[in-house]
Design a protein around this ligand. Structure first.
Ligand SMILES: NC(=O)c1ccc[n+]([C@@H]2O[C@H](COP(=O)([O-])OP(=O)(O)OC[C@H]3O[C@@H](n4cnc5c(N)ncnc54)[C@H](OP(=O)(O)O)[C@@H]3O)[C@@H](O)[C@H]2O)c1
Length: 79
């Protein structure tokens, strides 16, 4: 179900194009982490936010987000 939600929401609703800038809230959640990876595969520049240092590191180091930040502490992980 999270995969279908992410797929339909990203590809069908957002109609993204390569090179688009994509922001994902709740990015480490079941839907958000898939949306971020779909966006990277498409060739988008992807920014994600999450609520802990561990989640932000996951976004950068495992899911290849271009930028990730903790919306609670406002700590940013850039390139
Ligand atoms: N899973 C599905 O199949 C499905 C289907 C249809 C719709 N949806 C909707 O899609 C959304 C995400 O679902 P999910 O399954 O990915 O949920 P999830 O895995 O439970 O992740 C939700 C995340 O949202 C973040 N969050 C909570 N309060 C927040 C706030 N005030 N501001 C910003 N982020 C907040 C939390 O992460 P942080 O610790 O990073 O804040 C939480 O882990 C929900 O609204 C859900 O109702 C999901």
């Amino acid at each position: 179900m999270p995969g279908l939600t992410a797929y339909a929401g990203f590809y069908e609703v957002c109609s993204p194009k390569k090179g688009d800038y994509v922001y994902v809230s709740a990015a480490s959640g079941a839907v958000g982490q898939l949306v971020g990876q779909f966006a990277k595969w498409l060739g988008c520049y992807v920014v994600g936010s999450a609520g802990s240092k561990e989640k932000v590191e996951l976004l950068k180091n495992k899911f290849s987000f271009d930028v990730a930040f903790n919306y609670k502490s406002q700590t940013w992980l850039l390139h």
